[in-house]
Structures are given as C-alpha cells and as structure tokens.
Design a protein around this ligand. Sequence first.
Ligand code: NDP
Ligand code: OXD
Length: 309
Amino acid sequence: MSIAICFNHKDPKPWAAALKAKLPEVNIEVYPDIKDYDKISFILCWKADKDLFSRFPNLKVVQSVGASIDHVLNHQTLNEDIALCRMVDDKLSEDMFEYVLVGIMSHLKRFDEYNQFEKDQQWQPIPYKSIEEVSIGILGLGKIGAYVALRLAAFGFKVKGWSRSQKDIAKVACYHGVDGLHKTLHSTDILINILPFTEQTEDILNTQNLQQLNQGAYLINVGRGEHLVETDLLDLLESQHLSGALLDVFRTEPLPKNHPFWTHEKIKITPHIAAITNVASASDLIVKNYRNFQKRVELLNVVDMENGY
Ligand code: NDP
Ligand code: OXD
C-alpha cells in the first residue's frame, strides 16, 4: 500500500519528507509522479485537481491537510467507500488565536492610521479602545472558534459566539439557531468569522447580517471567501457602518491583481495564512490515521458528510 500526496498551491516536499521519516516502510508518492495508481489507498490532499480521485481505483481514505474539506468536495466525487478526514490540531487553534489577536489589537489601538500618519510625518494622537470596552462576536464555535473564544474571553473581552449546536464555554455567551445569530451580531464591535463553507453558511457575511453589528464595527474573516458578499462589504465601508475589515480568505485565491480589495484603505489583506497547518504536529495525526486504517481501527476526525463540514 502507498500514500499519495496530492496538493495544489502547497509545497508537498516537507510533507513527503516528514511522512517518509515517520513511516519508513510505506511508499510515499507525490502527484503527478504516481507510479501505480492501483496501489494508492490513502491520499493526503489540499485542493487536488478536478476529478483526480476517480483515477485511484483502490482509494479508501482522503485526509485533508487542512481543517476544512470544502477544497476537497469542490472538485471531487467521493463514493461511500471513501472516508474523508479533516485536520484537527491544537497548533491550528493556537495560531488562529494569535492571528486574530494581532488583528483586533492593531484595530483597537489604531495602528493602521498611525502607519499612514508616520508616512506623512504627522504627530496626531487619536482615541483608542481598551479590551474591557469591546464586544466580540464569533461565528463558528468548533475546534478553532471555541478555542479563540475561550482565549479572548480570558483576556477580558466580552465574547459571544454562534454555532449549530449549543455550546458551553467559560465566560462566553453561546448561542445557536436563527435567533442566536441575531444575538451574536447585535451590539457587537468586532465580528470574527470562523465558520466552515457549506450551503448553509455561504454569503452569511451580507448586508442584512452585518448591519446588525454596532456602528463602526470591524470584520475579521478567516473562514472562507464564499462567506462574504464582497459588494455588501464595500457598501458598508462606504456608508461607514463598518470601520474596516481584515480578510485572510477570498472567493478567488490568490486574490486577482485587479481586485478592489487590494487598494481599499479600510481593508487589510493577508494571503490565507491565519493558521497554516504545521508539518511536524499534523504529520503525527496523519501517521496515526494511516496506522488506524491499516489496523482497521476507527479513523480520527472523519467528516460527517450530512453536515458537510
Ligand atoms: P469545526 O468543524 O470544528 O467547527 C465548525 C463550527 O461552525 C462548529 O461550531 C459548527 O457548529 C459551526 N457551524 C457549521 N455550520 C453552521 C451553521 N449552518 N450554523 C451555525 N454554525 C455552524 O471547524 P474548525 O473550527 O476546525 O474550522 C473552521 C473553519 O475555519 C474551517 O472550515 C476553515 O474554513 C477555517 N480555517 C481557516 C484557516 C485560515 O488559515 N484562514 C485555517 C484553519 C481553518 P457545531 O459545533 O454545532 O457543529
Ligand atoms: C484550513 C485552512 O482549512 O488553512 O486549514 O484554511
């Protein structure tokens, strides 16, 4: 049996090296240099080519190298014999927390304005907000969102969060359902989206929802580009209902050169780096799942295809 690494827009080399070191007896192949498609039963995947999996007749497990699986489902048909597993790693949650913390604090302490003032050699103090004055709403209280909520609440922010099922997180007001979404958005100064992309969550960052935030609210989107209605964001920035946005994910990645977000003074862009899967820790999980598969023991982090995330 062999493992194939099928990546687009991600360097497979460190992953191949880590798996070869941790599974020396297993043949690790990197797509498109696959010697024998019949021998591959386990694929490690990030945004693989369209319909690629149909070329592997004995495929049994697809392990996403990311927390999400929309990049797999977008381009592939998976039959019922194939288990789809996602990445759950504490390091992802910690990295995401650090990213949003920087985004929040630089917004509260007005660092963007000071960057501009510095360029103009302008000495101009402006008011700032302190942590205890700020109400944060988090969409998605899963592995990553729940951790981010917990840490932000421990810092002293007022934190609310929304998920499909009811949660119980220390010092976090947890909501679910349609009414819960309104409660999460209402009176919120900073909205952080950490939802997965599904039919139900597509376009959730739209005018109707974002208008419920406080006047001058700030948006951080680390979920998926498909969550955000881009023209609605531009309109809400123009009308000053929103004061700015930090965006890490986009409908088209890399973000096209002529996209208006690049030059918008109230939008900050990072290139989908909020939480990058860590090769050292994630390869341990992959090895565990491969061993489980060999021993026919239950796989870890199998995606519930009914939920779609
Ligand atoms: P999880 O599956 O653990 O959590 C998803 C959360 O979203 C759960 O709380 C779930 O509710 C909630 N949810 C899903 N659908 C709905 C819905 N229709 N209504 C309300 N709540 C909903 O995922 P992770 O926390 O591991 O990751 C979340 C997402 O973060 C990923 O799918 C990915 O898109 C993004 N991500 C981005 C990264 C980046 O670098 N920008 C890095 C890693 C992840 P419930 O708990 O009830 O199931
Ligand atoms: C992920 C991501 O899903 O990086 O892990 O977006």
